[in-house]
Design a protein around this ligand. Structure first.
Ligand code: S3P
Length: 425
């Protein structure tokens, strides 16, 4: 599918975002680990969280979902799947599930689409093997085969990369270990697992030590999934760069480990207000309003990066519309996301007429180049597709985004919503 976006001089309205996919994966998976049934509301219809539900069904979990996003999950033991577990495009499904499966008395195979099959899995295999799990990869990658272990060992594991997926994988395997498992993180990655499992977190100097005890009781999952800040990010930038814009987004997840983009955009001059901060289960939520402004360049790197790792494609679009040169470094992780996002962003922004320098761990974007609408590619990646859709609002002429259907992974309604708020519908 090709999406076509025309420039607009006006952007306004209220955007009701999809539910947060990171939280949805965890809510479903944790519900399946409980002894009692759980009900989750506002479960997203997007492909990634649906992959988690699909895998749970393959593992014999009774999942009932209606069209309104109410999901009922019966707890109880997991059972061996008769075929490979299909994680689709979802790294979170695969890496979190691998932690749980490492502790099961049956064998499993985890597989996924072409993108997922090319992503590194040694980052979870290494700590799981330290725990004495039997994990075999296919040349460091997917499919992953996990066979029953003679008993998992509790370990202390210092994360070599800031990754909530690796952290969660190890902690979940720790549920089945012979003693406590502690994950140490230097740079705080998203903390939904710790919050939703109600784990002990100790601040030791600048490090976080997160500990799980074997057989830890999994609390009832948050009943209503908050709306996705990572989806809000596209409209935060859209309303900042379009001349006459104001967008509000109610009920957005405002977990402090996820919202570094707000600080970065504000440092660029963005006009963002956050109202009515409140809680939905263990997660803070708030109402966001964003209005047009002139943006200027920033430099981002270091420990700020994990808090905006998924937002860098859209931050690069903001950078292309800002005064000065924006530098984004320490983000080599972008190379192993759904696609090589550094390459994808640099390629697309150059095609649109921006000047971009690519580094192994980031990019420099020279701002305020006049963007010229043309054909760009999603590289099969939902966040690249959406970032290019927003760039199209300020490019001259028509911007055609090839592979636009990729948005279904996290935000199936994105193109419709964009049309609606830009008055193109
Ligand atoms: C996620 C963690 C991040 C993020 C991904 C979702 C999660 O990946 O990029 O979209 O839900 O735990 P890493 O943990 O690999 O950085």
């Amino acid at each position: 599918m090709v999406a076509e976006v025309a420039p607009t001089s006006r952007l306004e309205g209220t955007v009701f975002l999809p539910a947060d996919k990171s939280i949805a994966h965890r809510a479903a998976l944790f519900a399946a680990l409980r002894d009692e049934p759980s009900v989750i509301e506002n479960f997203p219809a997007s492909a990634d969280p649906q992959s988690t539900l699909g895998c749970l069904r393959q593992l014999g979990v009774c999942v009932h979902e209606d069209r309104a996003g109410h999901v009922k999950i019966a707890g109880g033991p997991l059972r061996e799947a008769s075929t490979g577990l299909d994680c689709g495009n979802s790294g979170t499904t695969m890496r979190l599930l691998a932690g749980v499966l490492a502790g099961q008395p049956f064998q499993s195979t985890l597989t996924g689409d072409d993108s997922l099959r090319s992503r590194p899995m040694d980052r979870i295999a290494a700590p799981l093997r330290q725990m004495r799990a039997n994990v075999s990869l296919t040349r460091g990658r997917v499919p992953i085969r996990i066979t029953p272990s003679s008993g998992l060992r509790g370990i202390t594991y210092a994360l070599p990369i800031a990754s909530a997926q690796v952290k969660s994988c190890v902690l979940l395997a720790g549920l089945y270990a012979d003693g406590p498992t502690t994950v140490i993180e230097k740079e705080p990655s998203r903390d939904h697992t710790e919050r939703m499992l109600d784990l002990t977190v100790e601040e030791v100097g600048s490090m976080r030590h997160i500990t799980i005890e074997p057989g830890h009781t999994v609390p009832s999952p948050c009943t209503v999934i908050p709306l996705d800040f990572s989806a809000a990010a596209f409209f935060l930038v859209a309303a900042s760069i379009v001349k006459d814009a104001v967008i509000t987004m109610p009920g957005v997840g405002m977990n402090p480990t996820r919202i570094a983009l707000v600080d970065v955009l504000r440092a660029m001059g963005a006009d963002i207000t956050i109202d009515r901060m409140r809680h939905s289960g263990s997660e803070p939520i708030g109402d966001l309003t964003v209005r047009s402004t002139e943006l200027h360049a920033v430099s981002v790197g270091g420990s700020l990066i994990p808090g905006l790792i998924d937002e860098i494609p859209i931050l690069a679009v903001a950078a292309a519309c800002a005064e000065g040169t924006t530098l984004i470094r320490d983000a080599a992780e972008l190379r192993v996301k759904e696609t090589d996002r550094i390459h994808a962003i640099a390629t697309n922004l150059r095609v649109l007429g921006a000047e971009v320098e690519e580094f192994p761990d980031g990019i420099a974007v020279l701002g305020n180049a006049p963007l010229q609408g043309t054909v760009v590619d999603s590289f099969g990646d939902h966040r690249i597709a959406m970032a290019m859709g927003i760039a199209g609002l300020v490019a001259t002429g028509k911007t055609s985004i090839r592979g636009a259907r990729a948005v279904s992974v996290s935000y199936p309604e994105f193109w419709k919503t964009l049309q609606h708020i830009s008055g193109a519908a």
